[in-house]
Write a protein that binds this ligand. Structure first.
Ligand SMILES: N[C@@H](CCC[C@H](N)C(=O)O)C(=O)O
Length: 317
């Protein structure tokens, strides 16, 4: 009987340094751990880096190698999990007294974004399940949009306060496939959004190309949501994300959609001041369902699922 060698899988831990091009893919690192997670199918490569000694210098090319859906692991973005005390990112440094962990979020194209609503739930799931963070009280997580409170709900979903929305100027977007130009409501949820109400989500076209937007209103780019009404305080959306293309969900986008819908419905004061009592909307996304609450304190809370689906080792990045 032929002898068998033990398989050197992830349980064997990092192997020898792997460098160069193998199978057309540039591998620049010794094997290091990664994980994969998603929230309503907005998916992320998770890079555990508690002490900041693995990925502090990750660049856009490294992010693109990891998020590539054919030559890499695949994802809409990267969640680097690092202690605020272990990174020089200015947002983390500023938050050191308030939060132990920093969500270093990158879009699939390698660009840096301020916030990710689905990502912060997946990030929290990782902290609780793999970093031993106590979830009996709300977690405080530092992001480039500030320190945000995140809680694990009794039903297992995760809620994230995404701060108070800020109105941006009204504008318009043009769908490239059809040439249709649509008016938009501008909402900043830590990152910029343009929300267009349509009668049918097919009006968004293929979304293979980014809709045309006004760079005067959105100098750093914009996430663009198309929304249809489904019922009372119930809407559905598609999104073209800045830096990632069409995704199956966007948490900050769902929050912007809720804000635009609540304002259009007269469900909150027209001047944008907080409602006297919480206002709740359900937002359907291609990848699932999200609940959004505009609280009387003025912040918008996103509630939805968050899953870790794989863990392993990679040499990419
Ligand atoms: N998918 C995220 C948003 C990620 C950042 C966005 N693409 C941007 O550049 O602002 C979410 O769930 O909020």
């Amino acid at each position: 009987m032929p002898s068998r060698r033990p398989c050197a899988g992830p349980s064997a831990g990092p192997g020898p340094q792997a460098r160069g091009t193998i199978g057309g893919v540039t591998r620049t690192h010794a094997p290091y751990p990664f994980a994969k997670g998603h929230g309503t199918q907005n998916d992320f490569v998770i890079l555990p880096d508690a002490e900041g000694d693995r990925h502090e210098t990750i660049d856009a090319a490294g992010v693109r190698a990891l998020t590539d859906r054919r030559a890499g692991i695949g994802g809409d973005g990267i969640l680097r999990v690092v202690r605020t005390a272990a990174t020089a990112d200015p947002a983390a440094v500023a938050a050191r007294d308030e939060a132990e962990w920093f969500m270093d979020y990158r879009n699939a194209d390698g660009s840096i974004a301020e916030m990710c609503g689905n990502g912060i739930r997946v990030f929290a799931r990782w902290l609780v399940e793999r970093e031993g963070v106590d979830a009996s009280a709300p977690l405080r997580i530092a992001t480039r949009a500030g320190v945000l409170a995140v809680a694990v709900e009794p039903d297992g979903r995760i809620s994230a306060s995404m701060g108070a929305p800020r109105r941006l100027p009204a504008s318009e977007v043009t769908v490239r496939d059809t040439g249709a130009t649509l008016p938009t409501t501008g909402v900043d949820m830590g990152n910029p959004h343009a929300v267009a109400f349509v009668d049918d989500l097919a009006e968004a076209g293929s979304l293979l190309s980014e809709p045309v937007y006004d760079a005067g209103v959105y100098p750093t780019g914009v996430n663009i949501e198309f929304v249809v009404r489904r019922g009372e305080r119930h809407v559905a959306m598609r999104v073209h994300e800045r830096g990632s293309g069409e995704t199956l969900s966007c948490g900050t986008g769902a929050a912007a959609v809720m804000v635009a819908s609540a304002l259009a419905d007269g469900a909150v004061p027209a001047d944008g001041t907080p409602p006297a009592a919480p206002v709740v909307y359900r937002v359907d996304v291609p990848g699932g369902e999200l609940d959004l609450t505009w609280t009387s304190a003025g912040d918008v809370v996103l509630t939805g699922p968050a899953e870790i689906v794989a863990e392993g080792f990679t040499t990419l990045g």
